[in-house]
Design a binder for this molecule. Sequence first.
Ligand code: SAH
Ligand code: SF4
Ligand code: F3S
Length: 450
Amino acid sequence: MKTAPQKKLFIKTWGCQMNVYDSGRMADVVAPLGYTATEDVAEADLVIFNTCHIREKATEKLFSELGRLRPHQKAKAQNGGRMMVAVAGCVAQAEGPEIQRRAPYVDMVFGPQTYHQLPEMIARVSRGAGIILNTEFPAEPKFDLLPQDHATPGVSAFLSIQEGCDKFCTFCVVPYTRGAEYSRSVASISTEAERLVEQGAREITLLGQNVNAFHGEGPDGKVWGLGRLFRRLAEIPGLKRLRYMTSHPRDMDDDLIAAHRDVPQLMPFMHLPVQSGSDAVLEAMNRKHTADDYRRIIEKLRAVRPDIALSSDFIVGFPGETDKDFADTMKLVRDVGFAQAYSFSYSRRPGTPAAAMTNQVDEKVTAARLQELQQLIREQQERFNQSMIGQTLPVLFDRVGRYENQIHGRTLYMQAVHVEGHARLIGQEMLVKIEDVGMNSLSGPLLVAA
Ligand code: SAH
Ligand code: SF4
Ligand code: F3S
């Protein structure tokens, strides 16, 4: 068999886990053309920027990154080589023509739905076809056209099962950049999961912009929900841990909640964004649930899995948010108690309904609220981590640590753990007696399996 000449690929990824998954898949798509990864952008034959459009300055960040790349591209051309440059992801989808106009040295601009066509796009660029803009939402789903194997899945792997969003929260660009909701079939997800486990994965995180809206075709021809999919994936031998993100409170159905009771592989850690604790703000955000609906879901989850740890996303300073609304958010955080959470200042995104609202909140007010919320979240996170001291926790080791003879793993609740141990333990789940809690990780001695 003829082997393709060796070429170097540099990918930089911004944004959510789905972008991380997509970047890995792009590397898999171009691997048969001879591309292998490099960390050194100067030597790259193909550079891919996989972009995110969720918050402010995404486009400007991209242009400054492209500006920094340009001298490397020129240097390569002067030496008789060629550096192809591709902009992928959600900024590409949203701002394709603008990128074409402002950075004509970019060879390819394509969205999240078309990267499986990379080999054809590369061939067209090589033939001198000029800049390629490929931001359609094609009829054929890319998932079934991607290579079967991931190049290097690792112990903890991502698997996208659902894409796009039909919720149209008034602040969010995702429905525009990722398109309408689409769920893969159970058969194609199971096959990919089985292959990942054969390749060494022990934990799989199912991904989707709205993952619990999953409604894929089952092997029986009926529509399956996420709870049922978990029961199926739990049958794969060697797959120790299952996780999923990101979920929407509206789609937390009883079967999925029951799966937290019935499926031991499903980890007791749940990322469930609520965005605000105020019903007025939730309504203006078009979240389609109230703060009490959220509390009730948490109660149900805790009833079936008392040790479940919670994470969330919050936006402060959404248009019209009053001091009282913000106080309701603080109250919700106190009522629920989070193991961790992400919080953001509201960012006005072009084209979204909230951007046109006239009651925008003053930046200083937003900044002060964000600080207060983050302080509370930090305290809760510290308390949660401290509560691990003295406990013996199962830890899945997924990579070597920074120091010699150190390995890194995660608890059931996603906390990072560092222990002294040999690299051959990677891929194994073992017990660790937690003795220390640092800023970002737990540590303690490894116990010999009982
Ligand atoms: N699909 C997920 C997450 C989407 S984006 C969900 O429904 O929750 C991830 C997070 O970014 C969101 O949960 C939200 O908290 C934040 N985010 C999205 N748009 C934003 C905006 N315009 N300004 C500030 N934060 C935003
Ligand atoms: Fe965005 Fe809302 Fe969809 Fe999440 S549910 S991706 S926040 S529109
Ligand atoms: Fe960003 Fe697109 Fe993900 S906007 S958060 S990369 S879906």
